[in-house]
Write a new protein. Structure first.
Length: 565
C-alpha cells in the first residue's frame, strides 16, 4: 500500500488546461479528437510571451496525438505585413514545432464570414449603425449601468442588408458606418452590448487585394475561424475570458451540429524588467532606441535567438512557470537561469580576454610554442578536447592583476602565484606602468615548468586560477555586453510615467580589442560558447572572418540579485 502511495506522489502534475483535455478525451468529446491552433496577428514580431502560447498550443496537440493549425489573424490590412508572417513562421520552427500543411489565414474565410454576417442581418441579429465610434462607445454605458440602444437598432433587415452590401462596395467613408450584432444592451458583460462585428477599411489586403472594403472584427472572425477549422480547444490568454460569452453566442448562431470549439483561458507571460506590448516594442524600433526587432535586448524571439538563447531553454522556462488562472509577473532571472542551465550542458568552454593585460613569462623560451590539451566541456566529456597554443607572452584580464591587493585576493599580484587554466603556475616578479597615465601595461612573471596541467607535479595547489590567451595567436574581436533593457522591475506599470523613462543606459556596452583563443577564428553566427569565468556568448550576425563579433547571452551568475539586495 505504501509503495502504491509513493508511486502516486511521483506522478507529474498537469495544468488545469491539460486536465480539461484529458477529461474531454476520457468522455469521448469530439470523438476523442484534439485540435488546437496558434492564431497570431501579423502586425509585429513574436516575443517571449507568445512562446508560452506556442508551447501550449503545439505541445498539447503533440502530446495527445492531435493537430495544431497555424492561423494568421489577418483582419486589419492597415497594420499587417508579409515580413511579420515570415518571421512568425521562422520563430515557430526555431522553437521546434511544425504545423505541417495546416497554414491558414482568417482571410481564407472572408467569404464565409461575410455570408454569416448577412445571415445575422436577415435574422434581425445584426444591424448597420450610422453613428460615429465615440457615440457608440458612450451609449454602451458602464459595468454597473445598462447601455442605451442605438436609434438604428430596429432598422429593418432589408435596409441594413442594403447598406452592408454598399459598405463593401466602397460607397461610404471609413468610420461612417459599422455592422453591430444585436444581442443585449443591458447585459452585465459589456462585450455583449451589441458589439461591432464589421467596420469599413479602404486599404489593400496582402492576400485579398482590393476585394473587400469591410473587414471583420477579431471577436467575429476568431471563433468562426475556429469552427470552420474544426478546432476542439481554443486556448487563449485571460483577457479573453470576458469575451467568451460572445464567442459562444456567435458559435450558437453558426453551428449546425453538436460540435463546438471550447475556449479555455490561461495567464499571460509577464517578465520583470521587460515590456510585452507589441505597440511599445514597435515604438522602440521606430524611434531607434534599439537596432531593430532582433536587437538582443528585445524580448522578441528573434532578439533572444540573436543573443544566444536556445529553443530548449525557452521551452524549459515555460515548463517551469506553468499555466494558471492567476496573473503574475515572473522574475526574468528565472529565464536567465534556464538558458544558463541549458548552455552549461552544451556550450564548449573557451578562453576569451575582454580587457587585455599583457603578461610576459621571462623564463619561458621566446620562440617556443606548446599546445595545451583542454576539455571542451567538463559537463559532457564526450565533447572531447581541443588544443590551445601557449607561448611566453599571454593576455589576462586587467581585473586579474592588482598592485596592492586586499586581503583574500586570490588572483595575480606582486609576489603571488596563480595557475593558468590548463597550463602552468606562474609567479609575478614585477610590472611596468605607462609613464604618462600611470596605468599598468605589462606584468613580468616566471613559470614553474614542473606544473604543467596533467603532468606529475601538476597537482601543486595555488588558490587562484586564471583564463588566458596566447598573445601571438590571439584573435581580435568585438564583444557586445548586453544587459536588461529597462532598469525598473515593471517599466510599463508605472502610473503616469512614460516607460521610456526606465530605459537602462547601461544595457549595451561595446568592447573592442578583445582577445580570443584561435579556435574561435572560424566560428559561425549563432555558435554558442562559455567564455570561462565570464559568461555565455554567441556569435552575432555581424561577425565576419576579418572581425569577429560576439554577444553576451548571460553572465555566469545573476548579478542583478546582488543589486536588488
Amino acid at each position: 500500500m505504501m509503495a502504491e502511495e509513493s508511486k502516486e506522489e511521483q506522478k507529474p502534475s498537469v495544468s488545469f488546461i491539460e486536465q480539461f483535455i484529458i477529461d474531454d478525451i476520457s468522455d469521448g468529446k469530439n470523438n476523442g479528437r484534439i485540435h488546437t491552433r496558434f492564431p497570431p496577428e501579423p502586425n509585429g514580431y513574436l516575443h517571449i510571451g507568445h512562446a508560452k502560447a506556442i508551447c501550449l498550443d503545439f505541445g498539447m496537440a503533440q502530446k495527445y496525438g492531435g493537430k495544431c493549425n497555424l492561423r494568421f489573424d489577418d483582419t486589419n490590412p492597415v497594420k499587417e505585413e508579409v515580413e511579420y508572417i515570415d518571421s512568425i513562421k521562422e520563430d515557430i520552427h526555431w522553437l521546434g514545432f511544425d504545423w505541417e500543411e495546416r497554414e491558414y489565414y482568417a482571410s481564407d474565410y472572408f467569404g464565409k464570414l461575410f455570408e454569416f454576417a448577412v445571415d445575422l442581418i436577415k435574422r434581425s441579429l445584426a444591424y448597420v449603425d450610422d453613428q460615429p465610434a465615440d457615440v457608440i462607445s458612450a451609449q454602451k454605458g458602464t459595468p454597473s449601468q445598462p447601455g442605451q440602444s442605438s436609434p438604428f437598432r430596429n432598422r429593418p433587415p432589408a435596409e441594413s442588408l442594403d447598406l452592408f452590401y454598399r459598405m463593401n462596395e466602397g460607397e461610404f467613408a471609413e468610420g461612417s458606418r459599422v455592422l453591430r450584432a444585436r444581442i443585449d444592451m443591458s447585459s452585465p458583460n459589456m462585450h455583449m452590448r451589441d458589439p461591432i462585428i464589421y467596420r469599413i477599411i479602404k486599404a489593400p489586403h496582402h492576400r485579398t487585394g482590393e476585394n473587400w472594403k469591410v473587414y471583420p472584427m477579431y471577436d467575429f472572425a476568431h471563433g468562426q475561424s475556429d469552427y470552420f477549422e474544426g478546432i476542439t480547444h481554443s486556448l487563449c490568454t485571460l483577457e479573453f475570458e470576458v469575451h467568451r460569452p460572445l464567442y459562444d453566442w456567435l458559435i450558437d448562431q453558426l453551428k449546425t451540429s453538436d460540435y463546438r470549439p471550447r475556449q479555455i483561458e490561461f495567464n499571460r507571460l509577464n517578465l520583470t524588467y521587460t515590456i510585452m506590448s507589441k505597440r511599445k516594442l514597435l515604438e522602440l524600433v521606430r524611434e531607434g532606441r534599439v537596432s531593430g526587432w532582433d536587437d538582443p535586448r528585445m524580448p522578441t524571439l528573434c532578439g533572444l535567438r540573436r543573443r544566444g538563447y536556445t529553443p530548449e531553454s525557452i521551452r524549459n522556462f515555460v515548463d517551469m512557470i506553468g499555466y494558471t488562472k492567476v496573473e503574475a509577473i515572473n522574475d526574468v532571472s528565472l529565464l536567465e537561469y534556464a538558458v544558463r542551465e541549458d548552455l552549461n550542458k552544451k556550450a564548449p568552454r573557451v578562453f576569451g580576454v575582454l580587457d587585455p593585460l599583457k603578461v610576459i613569462i621571462t623564463n619561458y623560451p621566446a620562440g617556443k610554442v606548446e599546445e595545451m590539451e583542454i576539455l571542451n566541456n567538463p559537463e559532457d566529456e564526450s565533447m572531447g578536447t581541443r588544443k590551445v597554443p601557449f607561448c611566453n607572452e599571454i593576455y589576462i584580464e586587467k581585473d586579474d592583476f592588482m598592485e596592492n591587493p586586499p586581503h583574500k585576493y586570490f588572483r595575480l599580484a606582486p609576489g603571488t602565484e596563480v595557475r593558468l587554466k590548463g597550463a602552468y603556475i606562474i609567479k609575478c616578479e614585477s610590472f611596468r606602468k605607462n609613464e604618462m597615465t600611470g596605468m599598468i601595461e605589462e606584468v613580468f612573471c616566471t613559470y614553474d615548468p614542473a606544473t604543467r596541467s596533467g603532468g606529475e607535479a601538476s597537482d601543486r595547489k595555488v588558490k587562484g586560477t586564471l583564463h588566458w590567451v596566447s598573445a601571438r595567436h590571439a584573435v581580435d574581436a568585438e564583444v557586445r555586453l548586453y544587459d536588461r533593457l529597462f532598469d525598473h522591475e515593471d517599466p510599463a506599470g508605472q502610473k503616469d510615467e512614460d516607460y521610456r523613462k526606465f530605459l537602462n543606459p547601461g544595457s549595451l556596452k561595446v568592447l573592442s580589442g578583445c582577445m580570443l583563443e584561435p579556435s574561435l577564428r572560424n566560428a559561425e553566427p549563432l555558435d554558442k560558447f562559455q567564455f570561462q569565468r565570464l559568461g555565455y556568448f554567441c556569435v552575432d550576425y555581424d561577425s565576419t572572418p576579418e572581425q569577429l563579433v560576439f554577444n553576451r547571452t548571460v553572465s555566469l551568475k545573476d548579478t542583478w540579485a546582488k543589486i536588488r539586495k
